[in-house]
Write a protein that binds this ligand. Sequence first.
Ligand SMILES: *Cc1c(COP(=O)(O)O)cnc(C)c1O
Length: 409
Amino acid sequence: MATINSNYRKLSAGYLFPEIGRRTREFQKHNPDARLMRLGIGNTTEPLTPTIIEGLYTGAKKLADVKTYTGYGDEQGNTALREALAAFYGARGVSVSPDDIFVSDGAKPDSSNIQSIFGPSDIIAVQDPAYPVYVDSNVIAGRAGQYDQEQSKYTGLVYMDCSEENGFFPDVPDQKVDVLYLCSPNNPTGAVADRRQLKSFVDYARRNKAVIIFDASYSEYISDPDLPRSIYEIEGADECSIEINSFSKFAGFTGVRLGWSIVPGKLTVEDSKPGELRNMWFRRQTTFFNGASNIVQDGGLAVLSPAGLAECQEVISYYMENARIIRSGLQSIGLTVYGGDNAPYLWLKTPGSMTSWEFFDKLLQETWVIGTPGSGFGPGGEGYFRLSAFGHREDIEAAVSQIVTRLQL
Ligand SMILES: *Cc1c(COP(=O)(O)O)cnc(C)c1O
């Protein structure tokens, strides 16, 4: 007799994007002539650059020749790619060993799977609001307790408040937790942790033998040289932190699929020796995963070449100009907007005391623009609204102009 993993029944989500779709279809049915505009997507829109296409093409061509054909690759990922990633960190003054780098098919799979190397009753802390994967993967693993409808929270998780008061980056928990998820630059708030803030978490983790899972998927959107782009810029972080990153937002690989995680040999927890956690992640990946596509890894290598990096920065600048256009438009009509400086997300405070969903409906009805209600990212997102800077310039301009001219405040 088979039974189900009943933890799946505890998932509260599957709600946000389907509900956006439902309300959007409903609106379109009654307003068939309205031209809807999306400022809500967390998905890249601009094409891959020539150097990267050349890299992918080189990878494909190698497979056509018996002398260069390859099947399964190196277990942790193509050695040349891991060395290039180590050099990429090295150029920023961060020392990472290629042996500690694990190439993957993206940051979402890594950030959801990483919890499997920790104890089943470890206490998990998440930022509130947060990218939903950290919560949901721990719900499925049975670490989150029950969902409390009234609080919109899981009883077994520790929520680290991100609010206007703390600049949307949390203080360390005032209780002992075991695994903490941090995302900087942040999706959804666009906030970026500074060195002092990251150091307070590294100090906390070392004091409590806790581990930080640091999602740096938007690190390349940081232009301020004083802001850390890797947690390993903080001394001692390699003893207590795992970093997850991706080519998705960095190089437009959302559909191509390539990422990496760093599990340092020095990392230890309460009951582990140095190297043990890294070996466990190796075991996990070689058991459940057979490596990223060899073609795609050649594409990743091209991203990390000097020409590739320069081209990716141009695309990122394009998105960041979109962010600037959105922000200045919204501010011109008196709205309060956060983020968008070193991250492709803007975090808008809903006007008056509107809920996130009330503002969603108002924006849709008055301006035909679709965004993402902040409350979909956790109770701390209530009263906020996420707008994304991904999109073609003309679409962004059209959406902003609609908001500026039609939103009734
Ligand atoms: C987009 C995003 C990812 C997704 O990464 P993939 O590499 O495409 O799987 C991970 N983390 C955050 C916070 C994201 O916004």
